[in-house]
Design a binder for this molecule. Structure first.
Ligand code: TYD
Length: 215
């Protein structure tokens, strides 16, 4: 099963990823937790370039770099793990590219979606949890730290990114589950878990290698 977490920074994604890791550990369910961009030697190097405030990158080059990092990660890490029946959790995946490079930077959405499919060789998350929170609130919640290159893009940019996630959630309501980030951590985790448990029944047993539905 492949589970991704999406939304702008400061919405509580990382806390929930931590809760999910604890749950999977506690239940001895094999999993792999990654974040994008990153996760392979090559992708970590690309991450440095992408997030460094010293880099000046054109929007198309930025898109290609996110996709390059993703292609390496998918081929070497995500697909092999899924093939073994390991649960893969990712902090961001291709919906971030559609939201940030497409809606945010204004690149053509259809082209981006084709790039997403090509880079992933059609890996699609089973569930994507989109953390919804108004921009002002997400900014208030962020711990003070230096902004990375993407975060320096400004308020107008992030407004467009949020708009992008909202559009994606409308287009794929089965896959993209909207999480109201105002709710308590506990309530949110319950929602996430119940969705994932329904998925485990549907997709097979992930706590052993049999992968028989319902086992
Ligand atoms: P990171 O610190 O990992 O993000 P966060 O803590 O906000 O989840 O930095 C990743 C940044 O890159 C983040 O601002 C979102 C952006 N991004 C894109 O613009 N496009 C993408 O395809 C991905 C995966 C991330």
């Amino acid at each position: 099963m492949f589970i991704t977490f999406e939304g702008i920074d400061g919405t509580g994604k990382s806390t929930q990823i931590g809760f999910l890791e604890e749950f999977l550990n506690g239940n001895k369910i094999p999993y792999l937790s990654i974040r994008e961009p990153g996760g392979t030697d090559f992708s970590e190097k690309v991450r440095e370039i992408l997030l460094s405030t010293k880099s000046e990158i054109s929007s198309i080059a930025e898109l290609m770099l996110f996709e390059a990092a993703r292609a390496d990660l998918c081929e070497k890490v995500i697909q092999p793990a899924l093939d073994k029946g390991i649960v893969v959790i990712s902090d961001r995946f291709y919906d971030s590219t559609t939201a940030y490079q497409g809606y945010g930077r204004g690149l053509d959405i259809n082209t981006i979606q084709k790039c997403n499919q090509f880079a992933t060789q059609n890996v699609i998350p089973d569930f994507t949890f989109y953390f919804r929170l108004p921009l002002e609130e997400s900014i208030n919640r962020r711990n003070y730290r230096e902004f990375d290159r993407m975060e320096l893009a400004g308020m107008e940019f992030f407004g467009k990114v949020i708009n992008g996630f909202e559009e994606l959630a409308k287009q794929e309501p089965e896959r993209i589950i909207i999480i109201d980030a105002h709710k308590s951590r506990e309530e949110i985790f319950e929602e996430i878990l119940s969705k994932i448990k329904s998925g485990i029944n549907e997709f097979g047993c992930y706590s052993c290698e049999c992968r028989n539905p319902g086992n």
